[in-house]
Design a protein around this ligand. Sequence first.
Ligand SMILES: C[S@@+](CC[C@H](N)C(=O)[O-])C[C@H]1O[C@@H](n2cnc3c(N)ncnc32)[C@H](O)[C@@H]1O
Length: 216
Amino acid sequence: MIVLDKRLKEIAFATGKGSVMADIGSDHGFLSLFLLQNKQAEKIYVCDISEKSLEKAQKLFSSCNEQAIFVISDGFKQLSCKKIDVAIIAGMGGIEIGKIVTNIPKEMHVEKIVCQPMRNVLELKHRMIELGYKICEDTYAQDKQRFYEIITFKKGANCLSELEIEFGKENIEILPQSFVEFLKKEEKRFKKVASGSEFARIKIEKIREILRRKNE
Ligand SMILES: C[S@@+](CC[C@H](N)C(=O)[O-])C[C@H]1O[C@@H](n2cnc3c(N)ncnc32)[C@H](O)[C@@H]1O
């Protein structure tokens, strides 16, 4: 069984189970292979815009070959299937992920989308809401000193407040340790620029408000 790093492990956990999955921007193919080996997926479209990346993934798949379909594709555009249970779009910028979701072909139904943006996370969340998605889950994976936000979307109306969209409803309510660590790191980061930036000052205020709840 392939061993994943903490980030990919958390993404695999958020992915859950599904008969048909698509790993968009699969690159090395580690996640796709894990999902098959772990019996979370019955069939997976391993997709990348780069031919070289896809070749890398194909080499990795000595087992589970018949359950993987390798496709050179810009997002979902070149996929032939009409229904996908879970799609994963990880390790790209939030703006790029937003464009990929915007361009899902009209005749294709994607039940659940798990995103792990490397930057522009809030922009992605707002774009997804504009596109008619709701946030179902919002978690943080910590690997060494880095934090990665993993967000699960499904079609539906948003009923979260602005603060809940930004930080995650359950994170604010439950305050998991990884989330608290993330907030503390963010507070430090924004403090460095706070004197010159209204944006940073507002961020710090929001973070402190959430952290205060922990101590109440
Ligand atoms: C940094 S890798 C992330 C790999 C893997 N998903 C992960 O999280 O470890 C980003 C991959 O996305 C691919 N990519 C970028 N834009 C894409 C698009 N529009 N459609 C499909 N793949 C894309 C790149 O070629 C690259 O292989």
